[in-house]
Design a binder for this molecule. Structure first.
Ligand SMILES: Cc1cc2nc3c(=O)[nH]c(=O)nc-3n(C[C@H](O)[C@H](O)[C@H](O)COP(=O)(O)OP(=O)(O)OC[C@H]3O[C@@H](n4cnc5c(N)ncnc54)[C@H](O)[C@@H]3O)c2cc1C
Length: 270
């Protein structure tokens, strides 16, 4: 359930292990997903995590990235980093390429019981189904600039909550903001102009070009901001609540989930 980056990565990994699966998502283009909105930073050593376990999983996941991107194939805007600080990827490329390699069905799920499959894997991001532990949407804005010189930035510029990166396509991305105000769909001009000012202070060249686009998304925050990647019961595996680091944590999560499914299926057939 859920065809954001986490659900797609799980399905892709299951497919690589010859385990047939289907991904259900109500949003055919996934344009409302956190994955579509994300900046795509992969700096495991530059991010904050709720505890050492998740820091170490993030480091593992960052190290998995180059081989993972290669295994997916297709054009993906990816900048690896040798120091676990400055790597980044375009999550929209990942969504597109993974979607073409899994079976995705356009369908809204309203309850866990709607799916008779065993196991069933819940990857619905910030959207909660009845009977699962709490998850809260944390709204965040991004601003993008096109038509700036390529290589205007080396690595990722950071200052407190502000970051700027440049995709290989030349697009410059600046983030972000945090608001715990539910699934608020309005555009707040004050938040956007404050983000733009912070970005311009960090990279004054941005003042010379008007932004090309801006958008927002909802990071999934579970209790204590700790991701929920665990078994709920004998039929259900949970993989949500990746908060600020779901793009970074996608390969590790997919590996964990696929191993768990394989264990379950092996036990059953054994
Ligand atoms: C502004 C911003 C910047 C970010 N920057 C980064 C970053 O630099 N690096 C990083 O690692 N992470 C970043 N993140 C976080 C990252 O985007 C998320 O943690 C990650 O995308 C979560 O992926 P997901 O698949 O769990 O959820 P989503 O991508 O939100 O996918 C969930 C999917 O489930 C579907 N769904 C939900 N409920 C149902 C239902 N009932 N029936 C059917 N379908 C359903 C939705 O339609 C959606 O497509 C950022 C997030 C935001 C908002």
């Amino acid at each position: 359930m859920g065809g954001g980056l986490i659900g797609l990565a799980c399905a892709f990994e299951l497919g690589r292990r010859n385990i047939d699966c289907v991904v259900y998502d109500r949003d055919p283009g996934r344009t409302a997903s956190a994955s579509y909105a994300g900046a795509g930073m992969l700096g495991a050593l530059a991010e904050t995590f709720p505890d050492e376990t998740w820091r170490s999983r993030a480091i593992t996941s960052a190290k998995m990235y180059p081989a993972w991107i290669e295994s997916i194939g297709g054009p993906i805007d990816f900048t690896p980093s040798s120091d676990l600080l400055d790597g980044h990827v375009d999550p929209r490329d990942l969504l597109r390429e993974l979607t073409s390699r899994v079976r995705l069905i356009h369908r809204e799920i309203s309850s866990l019981d709607e799916l008779s499959s065993n196991p069933r894997i819940l990857c619905t991001g910030a959207w909660q189904l009845p009977g699962i532990p709490a998850v809260e949407p944390v709204k965040g804005y991004i601003i993008a600039w096109d038509h700036l010189p390529v290589s205007i930035i080396g690595g990722i510029l950071r200052d407190g909550h502000t970051y700027i990166l440049q995709r290989n396509s030349g697009r410059v991305i600046a983030g972000s903001t945090e608001q715990r105000i539910g699934f608020d769909q309005s555009q707040d001009p004050a938040f956007l102009s404050e983000l733009q000012s912070r970005a311009e202070a960090l990279l004054p060249a941005l003042k010379d070009a008007p932004p090309a686009a801006h958008w927002f998304g909802f990071r999934p925050a579970a209790e204590g901001d700790v991701p929920v990647v665990e078994r709920l019961d004998e039929r259900t595996i949970l993989a949500y609540g990746h908060y600020r680091n779901g793009i970074l944590l996608a390969p590790w999560t997919a590996e964990w989930v696929a191993a768990e499914v394989q264990r379950q299926l092996g036990k059953r057939s054994g």
